[in-house]
Design a protein around this ligand. Structure first.
Ligand code: PLP
Ligand code: ZN
Length: 419
């Protein structure tokens, strides 16, 4: 941009202390997380409905509210995924036609999950800060996105993952020629190791020392939802939670659009969080009525992408849900499998396990009356089912095998009709 940049710096979420725009993520006084700040008056001068109408359909159309100094250099095609009206699913969940939408990040570019949003920002910023090696601690999707985007940007990369991830999540990192390190342990142990490595080797860890930049990328999912609904925030948004960052940042997105006067119903939205029962530190705290999030030492779930036992943004997620009149719930592995199939069979969308969590929890929120018919609701579906095939492999039946003969086909069809 040739004008001044609305991105002003970093600020501690606890004490409000200011920090320069460098690779720092924690306040030195109280260890509070640092967050990007903006000059909203300046942003509002150029971020208008008219200006947006003429911009490319990617997440970077909201450039004024993203924390980089120059033009984006990584992930320029990422985002602006479809917002799909899902009447057939609505009926099955107990909502009315026109109430329910899926924000479909299963088709995000380039690696089929919402993580392409956060990585676009983190790696664009990493290049501005002069890093030649980038890295991450990941439950799978982040590793895929760092690997692909680093390859395309010509950056060296290391991705660290729990060693027991789904095959496809591992292969979808290896293919890009990145250094894939499997750690025998849970995500929290991988993450702790990454903090040590970041300090020692000076790499740009997208979700450690670059976390303030990384996290802001999640806002674009919220910005797009509002724009695609015709400049309205949905009454309800259901968001899967691992660290709780996506939920916190979608809330920030709706608030920023309210501040800038870009949506017609400022403040009228509730944010709901969805977790997997085998690792539900945030929804467990919510149900107990506390904001003290008790770590889960040993996550046990097929939903590996959400298996973070010590969620960095859990506290802030609880406050976002409370402040907006939302809520939280969790779903068992069996409910997740059912929900993946329901979304596929009603809407033709094949989601990964985290998507099953979102649909299953939405169903509970409708059943409990937290979401009512007539209230516009968006489900954030964050990753593609082709990456977690193990989860549903033995739950979809098998093809009927026949010889290449019309007689065999006729018989099979008659048999099937008789059942
Ligand atoms: C990472 C991830 C999330 C949520 O991540 P947060 O840490 O809560 O921001 C949701 N869905 C999928 C598929 C993910 O990979
Ligand atoms: Zn502080």
């Amino acid at each position: 941009m040739d004008q001044p940049i609305p991105f002003t710096g970093l600020r501690c979420r606890e004490c409000g202390c200011s920090y320069p725009k460098s690779a720092v993520h924690i306040c030195e006084f109280d260890f509070g997380p640092l967050e990007a700040t903006y000059d909203y008056e300046l942003a509002g001068r150029t971020l208008t409905h008219e200006a947006l109408a003429a911009r490319p359909r990617s997440m970077w159309r909201y450039r004024e509210l993203l924390p980089i100094d120059g033009e984006p250099t990584v992930g320029r095609q990422t985002g602006f995924t479809p917002l799909v009206r899902t009447d057939r699913l609505a009926e099955r969940l107990g909502l009315w036609a026109g109430d329910l939408f899926v924000k479909n990040d299963t088709v995000n570019y380039p690696t089929l999950s919402f993580k392409d949003r956060v990585v676009s920002v983190a790696l664009s910023r990493a290049r501005e800060l002069g890093f030649d090696t980038v890295a991450c601690a990941s439950t799978g999707n982040l590793a895929n996105s760092v690997a692909a985007n680093a390859a395309a940007a010509g950056l060296k990369s290391y991705v660290l993952i729990p060693a027991d991830l789904e095959q496809s999540k591992v292969l979808n990192s290896l293919i890009y020629g990145t250094n894939v390190i499997g750690i025998r342990g849970a995500y929290d142990q991988v993450n702790r190791l990454c903090s040590e490595i970041a300090g020692k080797y000076g790499w740009g860890f997208v979700n450690v020392n670059l976390r303030p930049y990384y996290a802001e990328g999640s806002k674009t999912m919220g910005f797009e939802i509002c724009e695609q609904l015709g400049w309205l925030a949905p009454r309800h948004t259901v968001v899967p939670m691992a660290s709780g960052a996506l939920l916190t940042k979608i809330t920030k997105a709706y608030k920023e659009f309210s501040t800038l006067g870009l949506i017609d119903n400022p403040g009228e939205f509730s944010i709901h969080g969805a977790q997997t029962a085998g690792c539900s530190p945030i929804s467990a705290a919510w149900k107990k009525g506390t904001d003290i999030v008790k770590p889960v030492a040993k996550p046990e779930t097929i939903v590996k992408s959400l298996a973070i036992g010590t969620p960095a943004d859990g506290y802030y997620a609880i406050h976002a849900m409370r402040d907006t009149g939302g809520g939280a719930d969790d779903a068992t592995d069996a409910e997740v499998i059912d929900a993946i199939k329901l979304l596929a069979e009603t809407e033709g969308i094949f989601a990964e396990t985290a998507g099953g969590v979102t649909v299953a929890c939405a169903r509970k929120l409708v059943a409990s009356g937290a979401i009512r018919p007539g209230e516009r609701t968006v489900l954030c579906i964050t990753g593609h089912g082709l990456k977690t095939q193990e989860a549903v492999q033995n739950h979809c039946g098998a093809p009927r095998i026949l010889g290449p003969s019309l007689r065999e086909f006729d018989e099979a069809l008659a048999q099937a009709a008789a059942h």
